[in-house]
Design a protein around this ligand. Sequence first.
Ligand code: ACO
Length: 328
Amino acid sequence: MGIRILGTGSYLPETVVDNQAFTAIVDTSDEWIVKHSGIHTRHFHDGPTYEMALKAGTAALENAGLQPEDIDLILCTTVSGDYDTPSMACVVQGLMGAKNAVAMDINAACAGFVYGLDMVNMYLQHGYRRVLLISAESLSKITDFTDRSTCVLFGDGAGAAVLEGTDAPFYSVLGADGKGACTLFARRPDNPNPFLKKQRTIAESDGFSPSKPGMLCMAGQPVYKFAVTAMPQAVREVCAKAGLPMEDLDWIIPHQANLRIIQTAVSALKLPMEKFICNIADSANTSSACIPIALDQAVRDGRIRRGQKICVVGFGAGLVYGSAIFEY
Ligand code: ACO
């Protein structure tokens, strides 16, 4: 039992900001950003994150030729939703009119879509018929625009897929290393509580540095080191689990955090760069949305075709990583 993608969709906001624009707000340059990350532009959304989720989800449903009522589960992945509660999936369910769907969110940071596929596979094995998996992120809402080492890296966007069960196999490998939690985090704002003597939202003794509430705080180099090891390892492990030589993969869609991370993974795996689908130059790091946006773009421009073997691989805050192989 595995998964079959019935349709894909994505949404990138209209506002496009190039690297040059950042030179007006922080001490940086187009040359530095391109050399260190491969990013040229990013998109920013002037509205709630769920709007992008709705647009991508609706596009995926249209692509699948289905109605909202045909969906029995909506899973949203996000680290930058609009509300702590309700879930973004519930907001989308209501706006879409997917009245037969149960709905919930998953937070597995940038690996969210890969973790989501794994969950979808399990739900499909237990009686659910069609699932809408949406990854939507407004990283601009949790970006500290005074911090040059992070603000140039992120963008907003959403990607989605409609999935059903199939006989074609699905393989996944997921992992987590919580010892790296303090290398990449965004903490909740304090809420003064009259019944507590001191306010303590995060433990500095556990390694979490003081940071601006609600803003992403990242130690770039440890995350970089984790990524360049975890990404190739996750691809190797999932291929071994599938009994599939890596060369037999038609496409690999990696998380788009940094072009140098992707290039390092490519050389570690000794695979041609042409097999890797990359959109980081245009849309930067949109966390869990990177992979489904790239998937949708490659389906729509004809690179990905039916019957091809796709490997998705992600990593992110947690620290977490995950990979999956499925047939499109
Ligand atoms: N412009 C100019 N200079 C900069 C900028 C900038 N935007 N940002 C940092 N610098 C400077 C630093 O201050 C430093 O200066 P110094 O030597 O005087 O101290 C110098 O550039 C080198 O900094 P490094 O941090 O060593 O640069 P590096 O080559 O490691 O690149 C980067 C930094 C791009 C952040 C890299 O470490 C990286 O990609 N890390 C991983 C990020 C990632 O993958 N995040 C993933 C998940 S995101 C999520 O889950 C939401």
